[in-house]
Design a binder for this molecule. Structure first.
Ligand SMILES: Cc1ncc(C[n+]2csc(CCOP(=O)(O)OP(=O)(O)O)c2C)c(N)n1
Ligand SMILES: [Mg+2]
Length: 540
């Protein structure tokens, strides 16, 4: 089989049905092969947009692919790949490259940086496995190795395909996973029993559902553990919605000092925090303002299980959850259980919109079909208080925090799941960085609803250090649909206008809707205020 065909077959075996990207002469032949295959190519306006769309596709389906040309395209997806690495998103990056036969005497070929190794070296820093398909005998095995590593670790992998290798024959090969040897069942059973004893001794245990539960597809198992144990649970900022937030045992999102008081107390006054697959980052802890006693915690991660003073390396989350859900639980009676009901939003006619009321309005607007995608800025921090309806119905780059994720991510989400409705929450700054990616949405008949939190600039920084560098040009966001060619735009500044725009946008399921929400330049959510107070101390 030809190397290009082999790669396409391997992509299909991952379950991916779409590839995002932009071609160039170093990848043109492979694009041609892709377009003749059952895989659908989704062209974006920029490589970064393709990378973010593939990342969101991976978060939605379990595997995403982005395909670009050499140098200009490769480095164009470096930032989105860095985010996928940091936030554990299984994305395959395919880059075309100059042919092996073109490299003699080290010529200056367009898109080359300093050597034919430079791009590979860059990607070594941000992917879990890399392969340059320069040897026909090993190309098949190399493709399997990289894809196997992505699937195993949920981190991105990199394949470079020299253009003269696309049509070269390679051999069928089998995947060999490199994972660590399994831990003996008797040790897992013993560790889980001990862990249950620790939980049973505690007076106020609480579960933190982390993002890696989603990445490793363990949501059903975790839900079983939560329900068998009867314990309340929270999520972290990255794990938001890992288990549907309308679950009666869900208390809210814990972000250290940035948390609502009831959530903060439930976690910090707990004598046994059971954290499953968390990523502990500065933003997820409200700039390390969390208070959790590690000696009283149970932590299950892909690396191992840590319970009190015992550590069991190699017992991964799945082994832990599988056993612990089978063991009898002692249901404690006196835990805080959430009886939260989403308050109906009643707009006050003529009243100026605030961030708090905007979130209240969105909260009552959400339905079971919607996937909320929040960009960095107050769009993210304010929306931590939304109650999304389904598992992983909230996506956000809340660790690496690259602006401009949400719009292209909405393309990735709706291509992956056409019956879902992406609801994009983006600041005016992040929207300006990414709006052109709506073009792919129009081309493929997608219908994201985009709410622009228009506070006249880079609001996040105003409470820290303000200056003209925080102001941006006041675009007419609602008119952008006219330039891109399709969709409906709304400009709103009053509560009743917002409600009406959302109702109207919901009805438009054939093209994008943009709602420009005019906010006061100094209006921030309560969470954002606490975050910037803590961040300010570090900036100085
Ligand atoms: C790609 C990128 N560039 C710069 C930043 C730094 N940054 C973080 S928040 C922010 C301001 C974002 O403005 P906007 O999207 O309007 O949101 P707001 O802060 O107003 O809520 C900037 C520039 C970043 N996170 N990502
Ligand atoms: Mg802004």
């Amino acid at each position: 089989m030809k190397i290009g065909e082999y790669l396409i077959k391997a992509i299909q075996e991952t379950g991916a049905r779409h590839v995002f990207g932009i071609q160039g002469d170093y990848v043109l032949n492979f694009y041609d092969q892709l377009c003749k295959s059952p895989i659908k190519v989704i062209n974006t306006c920029s490589e970064q947009g393709a990378g973010f769309a593939a990342d969101a596709y991976a978060r939605t389906t379990g595997f995403g692919v982005v395909c670009v040309t050499y140098g200009v395209g490769g480095l164009g997806v470096a930032n989105s790949t860095a985010q996928a690495f940091a936030e554990r998103s299984p994305v395959l990056i395919i880059s075309g490259a100059p042919g092996i036969s073109e490299r003699q005497h080290d010529p200056l070929l367009h898109h080359k940086i300093s050597s034919f190794q430079t791009q590979l070296n860059v990607f070594r820093e941000m992917t879990i496995a890399q392969a340059v398909l320069e040897d026909a005998d090993t190309a098949g095995a190399e493709i399997n190795r990289v894809i196997g590593a992505i699937k195993e670790t949920k981190r991105p992998g990199y394949i470079e395909l020299p253009r003269d290798m696309v049509q070269t024959e390679t051999y069928e090969s089998f995947v060999t996973l490199t994972g660590s040897p399994p831990v003996a069942q008797a040790i897992i059973d013993q560790a889980c029993r001990k862990t249950l004893e620790i939980i049973a001794r505690a007076k106020r245990p609480i579960i933190i559902a982390g993002v890696e539960v989603h990445r490793f597809g363990l949501q059903e198992l975790l839900l079983k553990f939560i329900e068998n144990s009867g314990l309340p649970f929270v999520t972290g900022i990255m794990g938001k919605s890992v288990i549907a937030e309308n679950h009666p045992q869900f208390l809210g999102v814990y972000v250290g000092a940035m948390s609502p008081e009831n959530v903060r107390k439930a976690v910090e006054e707990s004598d046994c925090v059971i954290a499953i697959g968390p990523l502990v980052t500065d933003l997820s802890t409200g700039i390390f303002s969390h208070h959790i006693n590690p000696n009283q915690a149970v932590i299950s991660s892909p690396k191992g299980l840590f319970a009190g003073s015992c550590s069991y390396p190699g017992i991964d989350m799945e082994s832990f959850l599988e056993v612990i859900t089978l063991l009898p639980q002692s249901k404690p009676a006196s835990h805080p259980i959430n009886n939260y009901e989403i308050p109906l939003f009643v707009p006050e006619t003529g009243k100026a919109i605030t961030v708090e009321r905007l979130i209240a309005c969105i909260n009552s607007f959400l339905d079971d079909d919607m996937v909320v995608i929040a960009d960095v800025g107050d769009a993210l921090f304010a929306s931590l208080d939304l109650r999304v309806h389904g598992n992983t119905d909230f996506l956000s780059p809340s660790y690496y925090a690259s602006l401009g994720f949400a719009v292209p991510a909405s393309i990735g989400v709706q291509v992956a799941a056409p019956t879902r409705r992406p609801l994009v929450l983006a600041g005016d700054g992040s929207f300006q960085m990414s709006v052109m990616e709506l073009s792919a949405g129009i081309r493929h008949g997608l219908s994201p609803i985009i709410i622009v939190f228009n506070n006249g600039g880079y609001g996040t920084f105003r409470p820290m250090v303000d200056g003209a560098f925080n102001d941006i040009e006041p675009w007419k966001y609602a008119d952008i649909v006219k330039i891109i060619g399709s969709g409906t735009g709304y400009t709103v500044s009053k509560e009743d206008e917002l409600s009406a725009a959302l109702r109207s946008a919901r009805k438009n399921n054939v093209s994008p809707s943009i709602i420009d929400v005019k906010l006061d330049k100094h209006d921030f959510s309560a969470r954002m205020k606490k975050l910037t107070e803590n961040l300010k101390k570090r900036v100085k």
